[in-house]
Design a protein around this ligand. Structure first.
Ligand code: DQA
Length: 150
């Protein structure tokens, strides 16, 4: 089982950016926690971060050529307006889980809408690093289920 975790725009700044919303864990800490969870589940994982929308779209396209069983994505602000990323994710046949560190529904109105939600199996938000870990577990469960029924 291989799960790809995608981190979008500005998320390289976790740990230095608005700790009241995002806590103090760095992206490296988050990726480390994901690596540990993958080991515990006997799965493998890789993580990718970019601040360039086109690079994110191209990384999503690569999933079509790779052995990836599920995708976890925190698209950062792209969540709220990137139809390009939504369209790229829509092409995938593996489950996609949306995650956010902060509780986007308790924040500014523009964060209440996710244009990615339509193409995701579900979303987890508001639990800090735990959002990623819960989202990863959900992605793992969905991919395992898909394997069993194929
Ligand atoms: C975020 C929430 C987004 O609204 C914001 O633009 C981010 C981070 C989160 O993880 O809480 O960059 O995706």
């Amino acid at each position: 089982m291989h799960i790809l975790v995608l981190h979008g725009v500005n998320l390289n700044l976790f740990g230095r950016r608005d700790p009241a919303q995002y806590g103090t864990a760095t992206l490296k800490d988050i990726n480390h926690a994901l690596d540990s969870l993958a080991k515990e589940l006997n799965a493998t994982t890789e993580q990718f971060q970019t601040n360039h929308e086109g690079s994110m779209v191209e990384r999503i396209h690569q999933v079509l050529e790779q052995d990836v069983d599920a995708v976890v994505i925190n698209a950062g602000a792209w969540t709220h307006y990137s139809y390009a990323i939504a369209d790229a994710l829509a092409v995938l046949s593996v489950p996609v889980v949306e995650v956010h560190m902060s509780n986007v529904h308790a924040r500014e109105p523009f964060r209440h809408e996710s244009v990615l939600a339509r193409v995701c199996a579900g979303s987890v938000c508001g639990f800090g690093v735990m959002s990623y870990l819960l989202g990863f577990r959900a992605a793992y469960a969905l991919a395992s289920e898909a394997r069993r029924s194929s």
